[in-house]
Design a protein around this ligand. Structure first.
Ligand SMILES: C[S@@+](CC[C@H](N)C(=O)[O-])C[C@H]1O[C@@H](n2cnc3c(N)ncnc32)[C@H](O)[C@@H]1O
Length: 258
């Protein structure tokens, strides 16, 4: 990690928390105002150039970017990719902070939310198709063909193509209904070494995501370090090895000095 990146990461931590909602357990250590704008320049770049859209609301992309930076080197997993915006952002964040690792996406890329009440032949906000062609075009437009790959499948059951692949971080942003968010959490929690981010944590529209987040909070190997807007970020605090639980110490990001 270069010096600028280290300094920038350092600046994210340790200031007093701001915000109206009670802090998540680890959150009191964080400068929330800085995290709100953590990667805004990169987000703007994606929004300006993407064909289609990135789901960018209530600073969720900044929180995702922050979590990816905290996770350090290693691959990033994305469940739910749409037109590729958040996957592209993930690579841009890794590049900015000098972090090794590529992005692997899982998305059926067929019809927007096929099989749910939200099924639509194209993305209902942008009217741009959710297809491998749209995704590939966006990845190429950003020159990231070597950095982003995808499995065209639902995340449940866990795609065979992913085998035993492990990741530094993951974004859960696929099917937000029924058993899916919890199943995604249970599938990724033992495949991810550092940070897991939930999108769409809003009780009114996505109660199943909130239920999954509630269950994740009971997981002794994970700690909710940021819960803000529609985002929840979990950091691994322990690894289970047989009967033994190896604890790692918080706060976030050894080497990143936060
Ligand atoms: C909200 S969009 C993702 C937005 C994207 N992460 C972004 O920030 O731009 C949700 C995506 O999840 C995909 N999806 C729906 N069900 C899925 C499932 N079971 N597994 C993986 N992806 C799924 C949809 O095709 C859609 O592209």
């Amino acid at each position: 990690m270069n010096e600028d990146a280290s300094l920038r990461l350092m600046s994210q931590g340790l200031a007093a928390a701001a915000g109206s909602r009670p802090a998540a357990e680890g959150e009191a250590m964080l400068n929330l105002n800085e995290i709100d704008g953590f990667a805004q320049a990169l987000i703007d770049k994606v929004n300006q150039r993407i064909y289609g859209r990135m789901c960018d609301e209530q600073h969720n992309c900044n929180y995702l970017a922050w979590a990816i930076a905290q996770a350090g080197p290693g691959d990033h997993l994305e469940i739910g990719t749409l037109h590729g915006g958040s996957a592209i952002l993930a690579v841009l964040v890794k590049n900015q902070f000098g972090l090794a690792g590529n992005v692997v996406c899982v998305d059926p890329l067929d019809v927007y939310y096929i099989g749910t009440p939200f099924e639509h032949p194209v993305d209902c906000v942008s009217n741009i198709p959710v297809t491998p062609e749209t995704l590939a075009g966006n990845i190429s437009a950003f020159g990231l063909d070597q950095r982003i790959s995808w499995v065209q499948a639902k995340s449940i059951p866990w795609p065979e193509e992913l085998g035993g692949h492990t990741f530094a971080s993951a974004y859960i942003d696929g099917d937000h209904w029924g058993e899916a968010p919890l199943a995604d959490w249970l599938n990724v929690r033992h495949r991810v070494g550092r940070m897991i981010v939930f999108d769409n944590v809003d009780m009114a529209a996505h109660p199943a995501v909130c239920a999954a987040v509630a269950q994740a909070k009971n997981d002794p190997q994970w700690k909710c370090v940021l819960e803000r807007g529609i985002t929840a970020v979990f950091e691994r605090v322990a690894f289970q090895v047989g009967d033994i639980q190896l604890r790692r110490e918080i706060p976030v990001a050894e080497g990143a000095t936060v």
